[in-house]
Design a protein around this ligand. Structure first.
Ligand code: SF4
Length: 283
């Protein structure tokens, strides 16, 4: 049976993007191909805030400190925290997912598979998980990805059977919420912007782009990236979302980012988990 290394599993309200406000189960897989140490830092500098968190002091994600710079889900990929993420077979993951639901069965909830980067090697496990009898009534699934990982052939074929591209034949809606990393993240354009890969997601699901921005310069860089994605055949909508995993930073730039979105003709995505839940782990 396929296995997943599970960083977090919790029930909350989706705070971002297309499903903002929808009750959702979040399955956060362990591992990422990036570090995004540039968020919230002066250009060219890297955050070391997460390196100051002593992994030995924590036995659960729920008590980990928040960071205001760098990646706000650092423990989902930093190997120092891997002891917090058990390897579970898909039976156990399906049981745990359904256990988080208020009625212990699916109503209108949506499943978010996030990370880390959820499209690393874990792709092998998702067909098993999504075919599990306890998951049959689940209709809407989002993969929150950085858009750098191609779909492997078995997983592509699996997703293809859900009928995207065959109108009227939707059994399940698959969404790719792609958050490409701009230079504000500290990652490089060549590593982070992979238009052909993202265009291929569009063959098996609904795809949108969501850029984390703080300034006009970031929004201009997002616009340049959008053109590269459009040139590769990407057709979906584009969101701008304010930088800020903690309230003080988020409140500094959310209105400015909303105004940038209006100016560019893009959608605005909030981060409802910040004002609602202070972006605590497990929310
Ligand atoms: S891609 Fe996402 S999870 Fe990975 S380091 Fe960047 S912000 Fe964190």
């Amino acid at each position: 049976m396929a296995k997943l290394k599970v960083a977090e599993l919790f029930y909350s309200i989706q705070g971002e993007g297309r499903y903002m406000g929808v009750p959702s189960v979040f399955l956060r897989t362990f591992g990422c191909n990036f570090k995004c140490e540039g968020f919230g830092m002066p250009k060219g500098q890297k955050s070391e805030e997460y390196l100051n968190v002593d992994p030995e002091k924590y036995q659960s994600y729920n008590f980990l400190p928040l960071v205001s710079t760098g990646c706000d889900s650092y423990a989902s990929w930093d190997p120092r925290f891997k002891h917090l993420s058990p390897v579970l077979d898909t039976d156990s993951v399906a049981d745990a997912i359904v256990d988080t639901l208020p009625y212990k069965g699916w109503k209108d909830e949506h499943l978010v598979i996030t990370g880390g980067e959820p499209l690393l090697g874990w792709q092998r496990a998702y067909p098993d998980l999504l075919e599990h009898p306890k998951m049959k009534a689940l209709k809407e699934i989002t993969f929150e990805t950085n858009g750098t990982q191609d779909l492997d052939v078995p997983f592509f074929d699996y997703l293809d059977r859900w009928g995207w591209g065959h109108p009227g034949n939707f059994d399940r809606q698959i969404t790719f919420s792609v958050s490409p990393k701009l230079s504000v993240s500290g990652e490089t354009w060549d590593d982070a912007i992979k238009p052909e890969i993202v265009a291929r997601y569009g063959n098996v699901g609904y795809v949108y782009l969501k850029f984390v921005v703080a300034t006009q310069e970031d929004a201009d860089e997002a616009e340049k990236a959008v053109q590269a994605y459009r040139d590769a055949g990407f057709m979906g909508p584009v969101y701008l979302m304010p930088v800020g995993g903690v309230e003080s930073v988020y409140h500094l730039n959310n209105r400015a980012v909303a105004e940038l979105a209006m100016k560019k003709g893009y959608r605005y995505s909030d981060r409802l988990q910040v004002p609602l839940f202070k972006n605590e782990w497990g929310t």
